[in-house]
Write a protein of this length. Structure first.
Lengths: 418, 314
């Protein structure tokens, strides 16, 4: 008897689970699926995993509010192992599965390969097109010479970040005289090194580039020699597009040597850096970003603060970091509703030129090159911030909000439209 | 200029001593068992994580001693219940075993401590500047690292050269059969040396984790370079490892600190910065620095395969 009962419970559980995970449960609901193509294994798995949690959370919130046209949003996670060729195959798999949207952001080399894959598919396979939503790859080429009708970027491109940064520098010329550029030796860092030198002349900045170093990615353990060069150059400002450990080690080495410089970064607020840097970056480490946690406090976005807290209680080890994922998901929702379907051409047309009232202000998807234009924030690391990043004890305080017209650039994009 | 060079040497020595702490254990293990222990840097990582976790409860100073002991115990377990069983199938399975182990440890660390770096910091008592040179501070913690590593080298040297245990270890390194025939338990010596080597790496991790970043990628970052040190210094030679570490540390730091290219110092001599030779001629020293240790590795294997102070061929 007991045995039968146990078997019964077991069968029931298995049946229940099978029903729960089977596609039939959703059959009358037809979720709108988005393929999330990022590294979910290997050395960058933490970054890919954090992004996935952001997307899943945003999708869940949208679903609670009734989804998109009554349909649920579902994020389909795909592991590209940070490899461009794997990503191209995954785009194909998404197409084969009938998924209308792919999203990716880590690595401009991956993004470049995906733009090509999406374009190729949409040219050859017009019944089964796919739209590529880029939430983090900042290579300016993606919205200039390599721009595509099927690619939309929700992060500020590297060119726009530098534009905003130099516009800000112009307003406080007295503190910035000698700039040292230190960047990773690949397209991302090379662009910053090249463009920054041009901008100093173009903007008539009362400053001078006193040093420019490119170092190999992820191989430098001891930044002390670089710091000694920064010190020799007499720089008062360091600009770096470094991310991850390459940024953490740099900031810590500067702090340890007691060199008095301000460090302007793209990624000082995320990807493990606040935890690794800790209080040694206080009043020294700046970041330029589209948002940071204390913006909610400063500008009184209580709803969004609740969103942030709810994310934190769900995933205590990380923080809501990608405001652009919020923007991207909501703009996609609006676009699909405006288009009335998930058809790629229709959604892309709806997204073009679309404006959205984000917490930080009105943001626009520029029709010409599909680059988002949004206000940017320059913030500085601060132990007194209300919200610390990744439980590090340090958060960020806004130094300046760059209005959207100061955070824009020219584009050479001349895309083919269907 | 002179003070900048002096500061660079100090930094190079520091980096070299950290390398030495990691590679001294490996050179013993490698020299004795002939196994390239790919997981060695993982024990370095475990040292950092253990010290962080233990330190939360006991403070840094107790963790400084406890963490390497924990790592050593773990190393003994790995040797006794893993490596020794695989040993009978030859060197290749051993190699594959350590290779797999490195990944297992990395994933376990990510599982237990998360993928974000842990806030492992130096104790407040060492958080001050000892002296300033060329406008750059030299922190007390760096001096402390130097002290620990010198102490470690001295201890290791005395152990190997002046004690009976060291005699048996040295014997087992070169003539295991003979040592066994004399009635010593050679497998036991192997286990102890492996555990001891891991503990040394762990000690390197305790201080290295603070100096650099404590995250699951730290083993992967340090892995290749310790092999260079071992081969360059000579298998099984602790003084060789010391010389090789310092050489790599100082050379690399120098190449990075000083802006130098052949074209810049000798003159372009009409050589364009294109083509194979032109690229080399105009290459800045900073871009050459990361290749340097591996260049040394390749050259050592070609010119002097037994390394600086080694007695056997690699």
């Amino acid at each position: 008897m007991t045995r039968n009962k146990k078997t019964g419970i077991f069968t029931g559980t298995v049946l229940g689970l099978a029903v729960a995970i089977s596609p039939f449960t959703y059959a009358d609901n037809h979720p709108i699926r988005i393929a999330y193509i990022e590294p979910l294994s290997g050395p960058f798995a933490n970054v890919g995993d954090a992004g996935l949690k952001h997307f899943r959370f945003a999708a869940e919130k949208i679903n609670e509010d009734g989804g998109i046209m009554g349909r649920d949003v579902e994020i389909v996670a795909m592991d590209n192992k940070q490899s461009p060729s794997e990503s191209v195959q995954l785009v194909q798999r998404a197409v084969d599965d009938g998924i209308p949207f792919v999203t990716q952001g880590n690595g401009s080399n991956v993004a470049g390969a995906m733009v090509e894959a999406v374009d190729r598919n949409n040219r050859r396979n017009s019944d089964n097109k796919v739209l590529y939503l880029n939430y983090a790859a900042v290579d300016p080429a993606l919205t200039n010479e390599r721009c595509s009708f099927y690619h939309f970027r929700f992060d500020a491109s590297s060119a726009i970040k530098l534009e905003a940064l130099t516009n800000y520098m112009k307003t406080k010329d007295d503190a910035i005289d000698d700039i040292f550029l230190i960047n990773m030796d690949y397209s991302h860092g090379q662009f910053i090194s090249k463009r920054m030198k041009e901008l100093v002349g173009e903007k008539n900045l009362d400053a001078e580039i006193v040093g420019d170093v490119l170092h190999p990615i992820g191989q430098v353990r001891d930044f002390a020699p670089y710091v000694s060069r920064i010190q020799q150059s007499g720089a008062d400002t360091v600009i770096s597009g470094n991310w991850g450990n390459d940024l953490s080690l740099l900031v810590r080495a500067i702090d340890s040597a007691g060199v008095d410089v301000n460090i302007y970064t793209y990624y000082g607020g995320g990807l493990g850096t606040p935890a690794a840097v800790g209080p040694s970056g206080e009043d020294k480490l700046y970041q330029i970003s589209e948002w940071h946690a204390d913006v909610n406090v400063d500008e009184g976005h209580t709803e969004y603060e609740k969103w942030f807290q709810e994310f934190k209680s769900r995933y205590p080890e990380i923080d809501w970091y990608y405001h652009r994922i919020y923007n991207q998901m909501h703009m996609l929702k609006n676009a699909v509703e405006k288009a009335g379907s998930t058809d790629s051409d229709a959604v892309a047309k709806a997204l073009e030129g679309m404006t959205f009232q984000s917490q930080t202000g009105q943001i626009t998807m520029r029709a010409k090159d599909h680059q988002i234009l949004q206000p940017m924030y320059i913030s500085i690391m601060d132990t007194d911030a209300k919200y610390d990043a990744d439980n590090s004890g340090v958060g960020f305080r806004t130094i300046a909000k760059i209005p959207v017209e100061q955070a824009t650039d020219e584009t050479s994009c001349n895309m083919k439209r269907p | 200029m002179l003070d900048i060079i002096a500061y660079s040497i100090l930094n190079g020595v520091l980096y070299g001593m950290l390398l030495f702490m990691m590679s001294s254990g490996l050179t013993l293990i490698f020299g004795m068992m002939g196994v390239l222990n790919f997981a060695h840097a993982s024990f370095y990582m475990l040292g950092a994580y253990f010290a962080y976790t233990v330190g939360l409860a006991t403070g840094f100073w107790i963790a400084l001693f406890l963490a390497p002991i924990l790592v050593g115990v773990l190393g003994a377990g790995v040797e006794r219940y893993g490596l020794r069983r695989v040993h009978q199938f030859g060197h290749v399975p051993e190699l594959l075993f350590t290779f797999g182990l490195a990944y297992v440890i990395e994933e376990l660390v990510a599982l237990f401590w998360g993928t974000v770096p842990v806030p492992y910091r130096m104790p407040d008592i060492l958080d001050f500047t000892v002296f300033t040179m060329a406008g750059l501070d030299y922190s007390a913690f760096k001096v402390f690292i130097l002290g620990v590593s010198i102490f470690m080298f001295a201890g290791l040297w005395i152990l190997l050269k002046k004690t009976r245990a060291g005699l048996i270890i040295q014997g087992s390194l070169s003539r295991p059969d003979m040592v066994s025939a004399l009635g010593h338990n050679v497998p036991m010596v192997f286990t102890l040396v492996f555990a001891f080597g891991c503990a040394l790496a762990g000690l390197g991790g305790v201080v290295g984790g603070i100096q650099f970043v404590t995250d699951p990628g730290m083993a992967f970052m340090m892995g290749p370079i310790v092999f260079v040190v071992v081969v360059l210094g000579g298998l099984g030679s602790v003084p060789g490892a010391l010389i090789a570490s310092l050489l790599i540390g100082i050379l690399q730091t120098f190449f990075l600190s000083i802006n130098f290219s052949l074209a810049g110092s000798i003159g372009t001599l009409g050589i364009e910065s294109g083509g194979f030779f032109g690229t080399l001629w105009h290459m800045e020293a900073t871009r050459l620095a990361p290749v340097l240790p591996y260049l040394l590795l390749v050259l050592t294997l070609i010119v002097r395969p037994r390394g600086i102070l080694g007695k056997r061929e690699a």
